[in-house]
Design a protein around this ligand. Sequence first.
Ligand SMILES: [Zn+2]
Length: 367
Amino acid sequence: MELSDAEIERYSRQIVMDEIGFEGQQKLKNARVTVIGVGGLGSPITQQLVAMGIGTVRIVDRDVVEISNLHRQVLYGDEDVGLSKAEAAHDRLKRINPKVMIEPLTLSINDDTVDEAINNSDVVIDGLDSVSARYSINRACVRLKIPYIFGSAIVTTGSSTSIIPGKTPCLECFQPALKDDEMPKCGTEGVHPAILTTVSSVQVSEAIRIIIGKEPNLANKLFLADVANLDYDKVKIIKQLKCNVCGPDADLTIKKSKRKLIEDICGREGKSVHIISPKENLEINLDKLNNILENDNLEIIRKGELGTTLNYNEKITVSIVTSGVSIIVGALEEKRALEIFSEIIINKLKINPEKVHNEFQKLLKVN
Ligand SMILES: [Zn+2]
């Protein structure tokens, strides 16, 4: 598709630069970029991509906006608390640039869902905070040969690299065998908004270079930054011959994932938080869900296009997004969280438990 006169005017300050140019701007218009996670990194990443005129930006996030996000997740304001991030981000990004196509998805990323999240993308950009989800993205991007821009940040430090399948080291070449339970968490360690804008800007400039057909600056290199002392560096990283993702003996056939149905994540304002991620996208009909909840006199505190948040009782809040991912705050125990999920999703909405987990009923008893 050609650029219109209005687009040439809108993007004139970047078209005039050699780094992008007229042809480059056309390539941006015809590109689809997927950003996984619209939190601390994903907010400034999507803001820049959309303002710059990427044709289609897909945003994938299972979470809902909470008050402790607002100091760094610049897409959201007070009025968005309780809304699905994919929805709130979609609405905000449409206001920045209505011409850009935004594809919001409320999926939780794992080996079962990752293909749906990234298919038909020209570039995938990482705005995640979980290593297991990153490993799923890395494997799928290597298998589907999609460039993947890694980025991470915690406290005042951050890093980024551009993973080009078949050419550069992959994530597991330089960060193998990490476990989420052992990683520092921003909920307890904190994160400086300035490191997020630093790393996200590096990721965007790399993605733009790849779309335009230029060599990425971070192929085979890891960018490292610390805003506490303004140390910036690039270090060489190398492909591991024995890498089980990109090495010659790697087996990338899709395996049934052994992931957990329920995760106990670090608390919000001292409350327990459980996230339940069904195996499949449950494509919940929210009108139906809201009607059932209202008939049962449950108090809905936030109704959105992509999710609903309700007070289950005075201590427990439940957010359900369209994919079926449910975030249960205040349940204290996994068993209790699973029971509440089962009551709403299986009993009230009549969803087949097999779609949630192969052995859902058994898990319910064990927990
Ligand atoms: Zn590798």
